[in-house]
Design a protein around this ligand. Structure first.
Ligand code: IMP
Ligand code: MG
Length: 331
């Protein structure tokens, strides 16, 4: 490792949660820092149980991992407390003093705005909460009594861990094409989702990062409105085994085949050093559960090779099923 940034390459839902859970157990991770907000859900399957986490970092499955919520985050206090309970991480999770708070009014504004509705937002209030922060009138974590036991200086803790050579993961949310700066504006989320922004939200400088791991799914999905090149119908997606519903909102995900041009853009803007290619088993069913590259059928191997050739970045991880350990580790 020691400091890795994990970022989504498409429109989110690439399977970052699954890759994080694998790294949490294998490295193992000492520190996992969550960025973004409750609009994003990271799905983690562990010991037969499914978690869809909106606030608690995905590294929670390794019981010694310190879990931190970055100062750039927008914290939904109720979701945070519920997930802390659900995952049993009360004594090892921290929230930065300066993380800002999503209040009930923000979710109401999000749902009531015809404009935001037209963008197909998640309705969790993140856009209005970010607006409030930009106006400098947002409530911060340090102003909320229920968060008092969790308050931390995330940048200080994270940099100290990096300085000691510990395994640190900065957990990005959503994907490059939902970035406020680099995505399909205005059909984007309210923040930059690139690796640089993940560092900035966490308080980690670019010289401290060793790896940028970009997660690409073997096909593309998108929820909400906006362009999706090569989009196929819901019926076709169901036929191909590509039909998904959103972990956070339950909405249907639109689907399209893998796109090399978009993959190159994601690799470029994130400054990727490694790629994780997930859900290969959904495109090549005989890959299901494979844990060695040689066990893959020729056409699946060719696809992985093509991703490497087109992006010039090594595919170090290949996802072959939902469990944390259904994965080919090519490092
Ligand atoms: P917002 O982030 O709720 O404002 O929604 C803006 C756009 O980003 C909409 O198209 C959402 O569907 C999309 N979006 C937000 N978070 C996620 C996510 O975690 N995964 C996939 N799409 C997301
Ligand atoms: Mg998701």
């Amino acid at each position: 490792m020691p400091c890795t940034v994990i970022a989504g390459g498409f429109w989110g839902d690439e399977g970052k949660g699954k890759i994080i859970s694998y790294l949490a157990l294998k490295e193992p991770l000492d520190v996992c820092v969550r960025t973004g907000s409750v609009n994003a859900a990271h799905t983690i399957w562990f010991q037969g149980k499914r978690y869809a986490l909106h606030m608690v970092p995905g590294g929670f499955i390794y019981e010694k991992c310190r879990l931190l919520v970055a100062s750039g985050c927008n914290v939904d206090v109720r979701s945070f407390l519920e997930e802390v309970e659900l995952t049993g991480v009360k004594n090892r999770v921290g929230v930065d003093n300066q993380a800002s708070i999503i209040e009930e009014k923000h979710a109401e504004q999000d749902k009531a705005s015809a404009y935001l509705k037209g963008l197909g937002t998640t309705g969790r209030g993140v856009g209005p909460a970010v607006e409030e922060r930009a106006r400098r009138s947002a409530k911060l974590a340090r102003d909320v009594p229920e968060l008092k036991p969790y308050l931390a200086d995330v940048a200080a803790e994270t940099n100290e861990a990096i300085g000691k050579g510990k395994n640190v993961l900065l957990e990005g949310t959503q994907g490059l094409l939902l970035s406020l700066f680099h995505g399909t504006y205005p059909y984007v989320t309210s923040r930059d989702t690139s690796a640089s922004a993940i560092c900035s939200e966490s308080g980690v400088g670019p010289t401290k990062v060793d790896n940028v791991l970009v997660v690409l799914k073997a096909f593309i999905t998108r929820v909400g409105t906006g362009p999706l090149p090569g989009e196929i119908s819901k019926e076709e997606a169901q036929k191909r085994g590509w039909f998904e519903t959103a972990a956070g909102t339950g909405r249907d995900r639109r689907a399209a085949p893998f796109n090399f041009e978009l993959a190159r853009k994601a690799v470029m803007i994130n400054g990727a050093t490694q790629i994780a290619l997930t859900k290969l088993d959904c495109v090549f069913p005989s890959c299901q559960g494979a844990r060695a590259f040689d066990a893959l059928p020729a056409e699946a191997k060719e696809f992985v090779d093509k991703v490497e050739k087109e992006t010039r970045i090594p595919v170090k991880f290949v996802g072959t099923g939902p469990d944390a350990l259904d994965l080919i580790d090519r490092r």
